[in-house]
Ligand binder design. Sequence first.
Ligand code: SF4
Ligand code: SF4
Length: 143
Amino acid sequence: MNTLKPCGECTACCEGFAESNIFGNVMRNGKKCVFLVDEKCCIYKDRPEVCIKFQCAWSQGIISDDLRPDKSGILAYVKNLENNDQEIFAIEMKNDVKFSDHFKLINDVKKLNTNLNLIYYKDNKNKDFFKPKHKIFNLKREV
Ligand code: SF4
Ligand code: SF4
């Protein structure tokens, strides 16, 4: 059974760091979900499937406990690709992410699977996360 960690006060995936479309309302970097009111989902019981299904890597328990997105400033999640491969996407949500957390994430992903690419987006001021400068760590090459 897939047991998820409770999100606690974290609302990172509702704040636009994960791109989505919620009932026709685009949510993306710099544009939080319109249903996030006072740091809570105001339609929680009726939230769409995309929200119910979304799991960040922290909530799945596949990265270190102390990398909860709101605390570390890094939102990481597994992305399923068309060719059935997977990648880990990680987005820096603030400017002062600790180097130690950055490297902790790299090591966590290495431990998961050295074939995984970690796509790390490091640019967080109202810019397009999906065309930014970013770094691809090919973990297979690093080991
Ligand atoms: S980013 Fe992860 S921990 Fe934070 S609210 Fe979303 S699923 Fe929960
Ligand atoms: S509908 Fe609710 S759970 Fe979904 S992104 Fe918006 S605030 Fe978050």
